[in-house]
Design a binder for this molecule. Structure first.
Ligand code: F6R
Length: 256
């Protein structure tokens, strides 16, 4: 893993945006994997600023969301499809209809999941997948006990996840959905480059378990150890539980 310890969340966002811009510049038809939640917000803001300055364009790109809630009203503001549009995609020049999301309102989750997997393959696979990290070590909504070979599917959200996300629902736990659709860990591992961003002390323990802990289904993000191209972008607080920070910093300086 390439582990980069930045001075601030803003710097993690700048570096993540650099990776996205590189993919957009290099690929003829770039495919981005987008996360929601609080973490990538600054990255999206940075990308919007670069787009407004004419430094980057998304007109040849397509994007796939990692996950979405099930059973929220179609136009609910916390549906991830709405969130990503509000926070990012509607502010830049993605063509109409190329930002794919998991439809959590349908009654047949297996069909939705299979169609999503097929759409990713038909797009040529995901070039760069942005990831946040749950306090319980989840990536996407792959909660602890998820198989490393899991594919896109319906999942029951863990209590910690629902509590963490209650802030998006006026702190009313009862309004946080219990079910979600998520890309599986196997699906995520198929992307060509994974960029995990984590900021803040609350992420220190799952970051340490992800990078330095054993491979275990109880820390779904530990599966990233199996991927040949992973970049982990951390602010100092999120890196504070790591044992080998000197080595990571030297390794990054030596190979950057
Ligand atoms: C969101 C997602 C989740 C979040 C994670 C961290 O699409 O897949 O894995 O990345 O729950 O959430 P924040 O960034 O709000 O701390």
């Amino acid at each position: 893993m390439e582990i980069i310890i930045a001075s601030s969340p803003a710097e993690t966002a700048t570096i993540a945006a650099d990776f996205v811009c590189r993919v957009l510049a290099r690929q003829e038809r770039p495919v981005l994997g987008l996360a929601t939640g609080g973490t990538p917000f600054l990255t999206y803001r940075e990308l919007i600023s670069r787009y407004e300055r004419g430094e980057v364009s998304f007109h040849t790109a397509r994007a796939f969301l990692l996950d979405d809630y099930v059973d929220l009203d179609t136009d609910h503001p916390e549906r991830f499809r709405e969130v990503i549009s509000r926070d990012f995609t509607s502010h830049v020049d993605f063509p109409e209809g190329v930002v794919y999301s998991l439809d959590g309102s349908r009654s047949r989750p297996e069909e939705v999941a299979a169609a999503y997997e097929e759409a990713i393959v038909a797009a040529g696979g995901i070039d760069l997948q942005l990831l946040g990290l749950g306090r319980n070590g989840h990536i996407g909504f792959n909660e602890p006990s998820s198989s490393f070979a899991s594919r896109t599917r319906l999942i029951l959200l863990a209590e910690t996840t629902r509590r963490d996300n209650a802030r998006f629902f006026d702190y009313d736990l009862e309004s946080v959905p219990r079910l979600a659709m998520t890309q599986g860990i196997g699906t995520i591992l198929d992307a060509r480059h994974l960029v995990l961003i984590a900021n803040g002390r609350a992420k220190a323990a799952p970051v340490a378990a992800t990078i330095e802990g054993p491979l275990t289904a109880m820390v779904p993000a530990s599966a990233l150890q199996l991927h040949p191209r992973v970049t982990v972008l951390l602010d100092k607080a999120a890196a504070s539980g790591l044992q080998h920070t000197d080595y990571y910093q030297q390794a990054h300086a030596a190979t950057a």
